[in-house]
Ligand binder design. Structure first.
Ligand code: ATP
Ligand code: MG
Length: 455
């Protein structure tokens, strides 16, 4: 691990300058929490949080540009070289009445006492960038080296104060690639009553942060084991122990976990990977014909379930719809007998802008079977190639790309706005999907005329 001096050198100049201003006023400043943890791990630091023994009104006097962000809890945003830093007065916390925030805060002068209110030992380290001294009263460095996430103090008491901490514990297992200290893990199940009070928005935010880890499944396994998932997403638990068909080595849950980790992409795509088979347990049946399990229509059932789950967890409409579409279309029953028209119809059905994410999901889905899937992947790549060919050729795949529009049909054929107009355009698109050379104004008008006046 890097030495204190190396760490201090890595603190950006504006943060050090804040600490220098504090020192000139007879106060102290430390960088603290997640930034010190990530510095020790050699990872890039997003936010530099600073703590100090100066009081909020003293900060407002010492620094020309401040914003009273959370001044009643002791947090002032200091702008240094136009960069914002949250500077928080050392504090202890009064009793937590509601399981979400302390009823009162007391300002302190002792850094160790401030560190004691923090959630995990790895998050309870402070660094004075001027002296390079580390404050680490709970051996956070040791736990970081061992890869252990351990509550500061008595885990049950800490989790009963603030229900969000159990979810943060689960998240750090995958983002820090560590394990939970056994006593810390055991306390989660005993404090779920407090966890229930956490707002769905906070759950959503933690899920999204978890999705950025290399292997988020470690966190979801913790959530399953401890009961967190029974509060936030009991639907996912239905897949635990659900046997699949013989192409799979894992149950539905294990498959979802390995698909989640294998899926390369952003958090929303990974959310789809997590949930892609969620409809399976509700649609499973044993087929006498194949002597195997089948899942009837599970992608449509799953898409509806995703809609409900992600609505409940307050995901944005865009995120929710994206996942719903991906789940609905993730089964790609392609084989090489597909005609070019069939490929075009498939693109039209799923939507061109979905294809990139669908490839990533389908690759992960195949890899997550836990069986040799080279052939399946090769087949998928042939579809990818054909779709790319269609897209590169710029062939019409939507009504909007047709050489005629509704106005043309009204002007040339005397049609009126309404259902028949929409149906006619759709029929023209089907003709163009069959034969892209038909996408010419006169040919389409002739087709429309023939359709309106059969025989
Ligand atoms: P990340 O920024 O990667 O989400 P972080 O640990 O930096 O992780 P922040 O929310 O930025 O998380 O919080 C900064 C620090 O504040 C933490 O490192 C920890 O010391 C403390 N902290 C945050 N949330 C809690 C909490 N719920 N209970 C106790 N301490 C907390
Ligand atoms: Mg942080």
């Amino acid at each position: 691990m890097p030495t204190g001096a190396e760490l201090a050198d890595a603190v950006p100049e504006p943060a050090r300058e804040i600490c220098r201003v504090l020192a000139r006023a007879g106060k102290r400043g430390w960088v603290v929490g997640g930034c010190v943890r990530d510095l020790l791990r050699g990872r890039p630091v997003a936010d530099w949080d600073i703590c100090t023994d100066a009081l909020p009104h003293e900060l407002q006097r010492l620094f020309p540009r401040t914003i009273p962000t959370g001044i009643e809890h002791g947090t002032v945003t200091v702008l240094m070289n136009r960069q914002p830093f949250e500077v928080t007065t050392l504090r202890g916390e009064g009793a937590y009445g509601d399981g979400r925030r302390p009823g009162s805060v007391t300002f302190l002068t002792d850094i160790d006492a401030d560190l004691a209110r923090r959630d995990f030992t790895v998050n309870a380290i402070a660094l004075d960038p001027l002296t390079a001294a580390l404050a680490d009263p709970f051996d956070g460095q040791g736990d970081l080296a061992r890869g252990v996430i351990r509550a500061v103090g008595e885990p049950r008491a800490r989790f009963s104060e603030d229900g969000l901490r159990v979810l943060r514990a689960a998240r750090f297992v995958s983002t820090l690639e560590g394990t939970l200290d056994p006593a810390t893990e055991a306390a989660i199940g005993e404090t779920l009553g407090t966890f229930r009070k956490v707002s769905p928005e906070r759950v959503r935010d933690e899920w999204m942060k978890t999705m950025k880890a290399r292997a988020p499944s470690a966190s979801f396994e913790v959530m399953r084991r401890t009961g967190i998932l029974s509060v936030t997403c009991p639907e996912l638990l239905e897949s635990v122990g659900h046997e699949q068909n013989r192409w799979h080595a894992f149950d539905v849950w294990g498959h979802a976990m390995s698909c989640l980790d294998a899926c390369e992409g952003g958090p929303v795509l990974r959310l789809a990977a997590l949930l892609h088979d969620i409809g399976k347990p509700r649609t499973r049946a044993f087929s006498d014909k194949t002597q195997d399990y089948t899942f009837f229509d599970h992608e449509r059932v799953g898409a509806r379930m995703c809609d409900a789950i992600l609505g409940r967890l307050r995901f944005s409409n865009d995120e929710r719809q994206r996942v719903v579409e991906l789940v609905k279309h993730h089964l790609i029953c392609y084989d090489d007998s597909w005609s070019d028209a069939a490929v075009r119809r498939w693109i039209r059905r799923v939507g061109q802008e979905l294809t990139g994410d669908l490839w990533a999901l389908a690759r992960a889905d195949a890899q997550a079977k836990g069986r040799p899937v080279d052939e399946e992947l090769a087949t998928l790549e042939r579809l990818v190639g054909r779709v790319e060919g269609v897209l590169a050729a710029g062939q019409a795949l939507t009504v909007r790309a047709l050489a005629v529009d509704g106005h043309d049909l009204m002007r040339e054929l005397g049609m009126r706005p309404g259902r028949q107009l929409g149906e006619t355009l759709e029929a023209l698109l089907q003709a163009v999907l069959d034969d892209p050379t038909a996408n010419e104004r006169e040919r389409l008008l002739a087709l429309a005329r023939a359709r309106l006046a059969p025989g």
